[in-house]
Write a protein that binds this ligand. Structure first.
Ligand code: WTA
Length: 631
């Protein structure tokens, strides 16, 4: 077995890297931002084209409903597309796409703009107006970013639902957003199999009254039912005279107008939608990407995330286009048909910047080094990680085997709510494997004790953010009260992240994990409530609880505890049926690892299930304070 040299705890970037980086003098930049937050973000915003400049960078008059770039008129899509096609970037590649079967499609900025304009014209002629919500439920095909951009261009608010979600999850999200239009595909390819997207939409729509039209992108070509008058093929619509014009006016938006909704599971079975806006989001996302990933004109950026999650929104779709970068997008599974698929594409397309999740790294690590070693990965110059804490072992493998010890790793901590990186290294900083380093310039983070004081160095506590930032969520859609309660009331005036963390003597943050009802499975964010409500919708189930337990590849896996109704007997077959039921209702990613039948669940006197007790018992740990336990 090959031996690896003893690796030092701190990795410093090379002098050449530092000299060439977009970010110069990060400590001074952070100091300036701290002294003058509006000045700092105002200077970043000035790098974009505004229809009308803002009057005021930050309005803090109605906390926690912060407003950014107040009075400014802008459209994020204008800065993603219109702005570039006026320059030489018109003929630069915006997007390179590879299908799971190996097909390749490429789009210059000119071509991408043309497609987006045509589809924007179609949406307008369907009656979609500024402020209307549109649900997008698709596989990873180029038409997915195009649909998002077309919505934003005309001022509609997109709500992308991850294509791995299923009927009930989709139904809840369409229903809550009151979308009139749904954009989908006949199916998607994943692991050589067809994912039924249109059929799931059809099932979900049986229960949604608002939807008038469904636009269907033909991807697989397999037979799907089309309802006359309601369902239309995307390619047919794009051939209509109304779509033909390859220009389309970009709507003038207020900086604070909504750009999109993104649903995450909340503490009740009902999902909640996080709302982001045009102006501040644009400035935050572009600045973080440019500095943290050092994106340059000649780079080829690959963010492996699905556009259905926030990472895809911020750093696959909007961020790279704002920077005029070339992105790569891949449709399918990392191991299809062999575990070298990703590495072969890095070689084929000369990817320079790779941004992925620890679960993917751990998953690919299991197949051994021979797979990546077959490929020339020398184009890579910077790597990234997101979604969950990266364990030092995976960090070192990524650094040594993929980055050949040349590429710094950006372990970016952020959330759907933050919209942009919040705690992250900059490529010019020293790195510690497993630490997300420091707050991005302009951000202020801390670790709090239960009582709301700063925790001591090395002490575990709650991660909080203490100053507003431009890409922050503005509210929870239709539920401003819940926005205040959930994020701003544990410590008044301070943003509560829901994570626990430690800070070391150098001020580096070490994220530990969620302290609430969120479970991160393979980096995907799921709520215990959505899984539990799927379980109790099965006739055999009286009550259910879901918890996350550590898993070698997935980070955490879902374990469920089920109390059966009288007349039902525990059995292996019933456990399997319940797993499949959750898969059908929520999606395959939510399928429990295990279903345990129990005679009762630990509850507080007020009837709340004490998941932390279940978690402690399952791991053989002390159960902590049980004074509120009913029995
Ligand atoms: C977790 C994903 C450790 C964290 C962008 C956070 C991380 C949640 C990291 C948000 C990281 C994300 N290190 N944990 N680098 N990045 N997380 O909304 O628990 O899907 O609160 O956003 O993911 O998940 P979300």
């Amino acid at each position: 077995m090959a031996t690896t040299p003893e690796t030092p705890q701190v990795y410093s970037p090379s002098a050449e890297f530092v000299a060439a980086a977009n970010m110069k003098g990060h400590a001074e930049v952070a100091r300036q931002a701290e002294l003058d937050l509006p000045g700092f973000w105002g200077a970043r915003a000035a790098e974009f084209e505004w229809f009308k400049p803002w009057d005021n960078v930050l309005d803090e008059s109605n906390k926690p409903f912060y407003k950014w770039f107040v009075g400014g008129k802008v459209n994020i899509v204008y800065n993603c597309l219109d702005r570039h096609i006026k320059t030489w970037r018109r003929n630069k590649l915006a997007l390179i796409w590879e299908g799971e079967k190996g097909e390749v499609r490429t789009f210059s900025y000119h071509a991408l703009n043309r497609e987006v304009c045509k589809f924007a014209n179609v949406l307008r002629s369907m009656g979609v107006k500024k402020g209307d919500r549109v649900t997008i439920y698709m596989g990873r095909v180029p038409e997915l970013p195009m649909a998002m951009l077309a919505c934003a261009k005309i001022g509609a608010v997109h709500s992308v639902v991850y294509g791995g979600f299923s009927v009930e999850a989709l139904h809840g999200r369409i229903d809550d957003s009151q979308s009139h239009v749904v954009i989908t595909c006949d199916g998607g390819y994943m692991n050589g199999k067809i994912v039924e997207l249109k059929r799931i939409v059809d099932e979900a729509l049986k229960r949604c009254a608002t939807v008038e039209n469904v636009v269907v992108v033909k991807r697989t070509g397999h037979e799907v039912p089309m309802e006359s008058g309601r369902d239309f093929w995307y390619h047919d619509l794009l051939n209509l005279p109304m779509a033909r014009a390859s220009t389309s006016e970009t709507e003038v938006m207020d900086a604070e107008d909504p750009l999109y909704l993104l649903y995450t599971s909340g503490t009740t079975g009902k999902p909640k939608a996080i709302l982001h806006t045009h102006g501040g989001y644009m400035v935050g996302v572009a600045t973080t990407l440019k500095w943290v990933f050092d994106v340059k004109e000649e780079d080829r950026w690959w963010c492996t995330a699905d556009p259905g999650w926030v990472t895809g929104h911020s750093y696959l779709v909007y961020g790279p286009l704002l920077l005029g970068a070339t992105s790569f997008m891949y449709e399918g599974a990392p191991t299809f048909p062999y575990p070298n698929r990703w590495w072969s594409m890095i070689e084929k397309y000369g990817i320079t910047l790779l941004y992925t999740a620890p679960t993917a790294i751990r998953g690919l690590m299991r197949f051994g080094e021979a797979w990546p070693n077959r490929h020339d990965l020398s184009s890579l110059r910077l790597l990234g990680s997101v979604g969950e804490p990266i364990n030092p072992e995976a960090w070192r493998w990524y650094h040594r085997v993929i980055g050949k010890e040349r590429c710094p790793i950006m372990d970016t901590w952020w959330q759907t709510e933050t919209g942009m990186f919040a705690i992250t290294p900059l490529p010019t900083m020293d790195l510690k494997p497993g630490s997300a380093a420091r707050p991005f310039p302009g951000m202020e983070a801390d670790v709090y004790t239960e009582a709301g004081t700063s925790a001591a160095v090395g002490e575990e506590g709650f991660l909080v953010l203490k100053r507003p930032w431009p890409a922050m969520l503005r509210t929870l859609y239709k539920d401003p009260q819940r926005y205040q309660d959930q994020y701003w009331s544990k410590y008044p005036g301070v943003y509560f992240t829901g994570d626990s963390a430690r800070k070391d003597a150098d001020g580096y943050f070490w994220i530990i994990g969620r302290v609430d009802d969120v479970i991160k499975v393979s980096g995907y964010r799921l709520g215990t409530a959505e899984i539990e409500s799927a379980l109790v919708s099965h006739p055999a189930v009286a009550e259910a609880a879901a918890i996350g337990l550590p898993h070698e590849v997935k980070g955490s896996a879902i374990y469920t505890y089920v109390m059966l109704r009288t007349n039902y007997e525990p059995s292996e077959a019933l456990a399997e049926e319940l797993k499949a039921h959750v898969g059908h209702e929520v999606g395959p990613i939510a399928k429990p690892e295990k279903v345990s039948f129990v005679p009762s669940l630990p509850k507080t006197r007020s009837g709340k299930i004490m998941r932390r007790v279940l978690k402690a018992r399952a791991q053989g740990l002390p159960e902590g304070d049980l004074s509120t336990l009913e029995e």
